[in-house]
Design a protein around this ligand. Structure first.
Ligand SMILES: NC(=O)c1ccc[n+]([C@@H]2O[C@H](COP(=O)([O-])OP(=O)(O)OC[C@H]3O[C@@H](n4cnc5c(N)ncnc54)[C@H](O)[C@@H]3O)[C@@H](O)[C@H]2O)c1
Length: 354
């Protein structure tokens, strides 16, 4: 067995705190990695967090310091989206393999340039953090779908609904690149296809007025047309009752439903129903989620185990020198779809007067 992977977490804010927690846990539970630095411009806040985690680990103020310290060749980049390209490029140039949070850069042209640069110089250096691919309920739904139990799938509904506006000061390239990138990647992963056409409907309904984060919409629907399949993606920051993540696959012989809304999603149900009149569901399986401290954001409760599995896959690939399961090119494909939708946006002013 090779040595533990020496790992740094770069950016220890909302999402970085979750990755740091899991990195310390993997280190203790499996010995597969060792957290050698937490890197954040807000050193004092991160020091306090590190002491809560029980990790006696250096906290560095910049990526430059991390590179100069020469203490590791792998890092998790969880900085704001507008820093992704610069931060990942510096680390990769210094010889790191990087797990980077979504989106790649949040802008199609910049994504294209960055992906081309990576393809040319470092095609195996970046893993893109699309945690849904590591989510046990969604993986099970995909297996069920592929078994043919609901016949030919012709429609996919996928939702991601936050209970709060984007935090004050949060940098977002828009609700679609920021949120729907998860759903778009999920749909591309489920269908194995790229759509031919896309259209978005955007609204500012409620939560945009409660934050300083400037975003195009606080609620959007993205419609995608594939060969024989339609996808409807719903994203919002207005689901005040709690985090809602549901996926429904509609087929010629029934449907598969993943994740009914619960305020505390302690159990995620995957249910498959046959045609009308059938008495029993075709399949039903419950997946137990984990309870995280309330100080962590709501997405930890639903996707905690998936985030941890994703980090574990990154560590394993680095230790084995293996290619990553998700790369910059997956993010580029998703951004292509989103950008097409953003070129064709319907808002209230485009709608017919009643
Ligand atoms: N996968 C998911 O479900 C998910 C959820 C939330 C956020 N994200 C992504 O994670 C990223 C971070 O989002 P967040 O909500 O955690 O943001 P955040 O603002 O809470 O955290 C960012 C952290 O990075 C630090 N930082 C900023 N510039 C830095 C630099 N150059 N070097 C070191 N540290 C720096 C900040 O001090 C802050 O602590 C975004 O790209 C976002 O899209 C993903």
């Amino acid at each position: 067995m090779s040595e533990p992977l020496k790992l740094a977490i770069v950016g220890v804010g909302r999402m970085g705190a979750i990755h740091a927690l899991h990195a310390f846990e993997l280190s203790r539970e499996t010995g597969s990695c060792e957290v050698v630095a937490l890197v954040d411009s807000d050193v004092e806040r991160v020091r306090r967090y590190a002491s809560q985690l029980g990790g006696d680990v250096p906290v560095l103020a910049s990526i430059e310091e991390l590179i100069a310290a020469r203490i590791c060749n792998a890092s998790v980049v969880v900085t704001p989206t507008d820093c992704h390209r610069e931060n990942a490029s510096m680390l990769i140039a210094a010889g790191h393999r990087v797990l980077m949070e979504k989106p790649l850069t949040g802008d199609l042209q910049t994504d294209r340039e960055f992906a081309a640069e990576l393809d040319r110089n470092n095609p195996q250096a970046l893993m893109l953090a699309f945690q849904r691919r590591f989510d046990a309920p969604l993986q099970y739904a995909r297996t069920l779908m592929e078994s043919g139990v609901i016949g030919r799938v012709f429609k996919i509904y996928s939702s991601l609904e936050d209970s709060n506006p984007a935090p004050d000061g949060y940098n977002s390239g828009g609700i679609l690149p920021d949120m729907s990138i998860h759903n778009v990647d999920e749909v591309l992963w489920l269908t194995g296809q790229m759509p031919q056409a896309a259209l978005a409907i955007g609204s500012n309904i409620y939560s945009h007025a409660l934050t300083t984060c400037k975003e195009d919409f606080d609620d959007a629907l993205l419609c995608l047309w594939f060969d024989g399949i339609m996808a409807q993606i719903q994203v919002t920051r207005n689901h005040v009752s709690g985090y809602r993540v549901e996926t429904i696959l509609f087929g010629s012989e029934g449907q598969i439903h993943v994740g009914r809304f619960e305020q505390k999603p302690l159990e995620i149900l995957v249910e498959a129903y046959g045609r009308r009149g059938r008495e029993e569901p075709l399949d039903r399986r419950a997946f137990t989620m984990r309870q995280y401290p309330g100080s962590l954001p709501e997405f930890a409760d639903r996707f905690g185990p998936a985030y941890k599995a994703e980090l574990s896959a990154f560590v394993d690939c680095c230790r084995a020198g293996a290619p990553f399961p998700t790369t910059h090119n997956d993010a580029l494909q998703a951004q292509r779809v989103i950008s097409a939708g953003m070129q064709s946006v319907i808002t209230r002013r485009h709608a017919a007067a009643v």
